[in-house]
Ligand binder design. Structure first.
Ligand code: FES
Ligand code: FES
Length: 141
């Protein structure tokens, strides 16, 4: 199992050098915006995706997270993961993969859940704006 030190290194790396921080124009047709909150702690995460409508692929992704270090690290890692994925692939990401990569302890699992909820919410928003796009079953959360 990963050492406590390894856990801190991955979380701190994303926390100190978060990837893909920023915003995109939420009114643009090819941008999907997800805004989710964690009831447990009040932390908030915004995930935005830009989609190439010809192949349903995520070409760019940005996030802003007002939350703990684990939530920031989870969203930063998520953005690296989903860039280049199809909407269908991105919709299948589970928080457990994120938690595993970052070695999050059980009390921080909900921080990675925010990232899963955030990408699903961004995908749903994209489909709402582009009803003709191929719909992906995001499952019930
Ligand atoms: Fe190490 Fe929270 S990131 S204790
Ligand atoms: Fe709530 Fe991390 S403590 S998102």
């Amino acid at each position: 199992p990963p050492s406590r030190r390894a856990y801190h290194e991955k979380v701190l790396d994303h926390y100190n050098n978060p990837r893909n921080v920023g915003s995109m124009g939420k009114n643009e047709q090819d941008v999907g915006t997800g805004l989710v909150g964690a009831p447990a702690c009040g932390d908030v995460m915004k995930i935005q995706i830009k989609v190439d409508p010809t192949n349903d692929t995520i070409t760019d992704v940005k996030f802003k997270t007002f939350g703990c270090g684990s939530a920031i690290a989870s969203s930063s890692y998520l953005t690296e993961l989903v860039k280049g994925m199809t909407l269908e692939q991105a919709g299948r990401i589970r928080n457990t993969e994120i938690a595993k990569e970052l070695c999050l302890p059980p009390v921080k699992l909900h921080c990675s859940m925010l990232a899963e909820d955030g990408i699903k919410s961004a995908i749903s928003n994209y489909y709402k704006k582009n009803p003709k796009a191929k719909q992906t079953d995001l499952g019930g959360t």
